[in-house]
Design a protein around this ligand. Structure first.
Ligand SMILES: [Zn+2]
Length: 161
């Protein structure tokens, strides 16, 4: 990818900002100016609304990369996956914080903001989204430490400053 294209897309890379069609509610990422899903798609020109993706989704397919592209040498092996977001769009991205042997199709993941790559000794660093395993609901319900356990025991609405 060219540097110019990278910087043009940077706002989306930072915040997963997409677009949604107000007619059929299809969500696009990267954002589009016309909705091809609508039969009268020309009439949607200029009407798509900014839409913030949650970053939550699940792995549709993945590959474990052993031969890294330039700039990614330090990270091999790494997992590159197609993630279907809960809003619909499919994103390609690296999956981190999981062993390549443990990644699986259907695994729930969440986008996180991470360093993507570093270029040369000058240290030009690109940031963007990567995916990390999403916590299972059953784990989220369990207290994580003494303080949270105390809050759970005290019940809702009783937290003190
Ligand atoms: Zn539409």
């Amino acid at each position: 990818m060219s540097i110019a294209r990278f910087w043009r897309e940077t706002p989306q890379r930072y915040n997963l900002g997409g677009a949604r069609c107000p007619r059929c509610h299809t969500v696009y990422f990267p954002p589009r100016s016309v909705c091809p899903a609508c039969a009268q798609h020309r009439q949607t020109l200029g009407h798509l609304e900014p839409f913030q993706l949650s970053g939550e989704g699940s792995v549709v397919s993945y590959t474990v990369v052993h031969d890294a592209a330039e700039g990614f040498e330090m990270q091999v092996p790494y997992i590159l996956a197609i993630v279907r977001t809960v809003e619909g769009p499919q994103l390609t991205g690296q999956v981190v914080d999981v062993d390549p042997n443990e990644v699986a199709i259907g695994m729930r993941v969440r986008a996180t903001f991470r360093k993507l790559r570093e270029e040369g000794k000058a240290g030009v660093i690109h940031y963007g989204y990567k995916f990390a395993p999403a916590e299972e609901p059953i784990r989220r319900a369990e207290p994580r430490g003494p303080e949270e356990a105390a809050l759970v025991r005290a019940g809702p609405g009783t937290a003190s400053a």
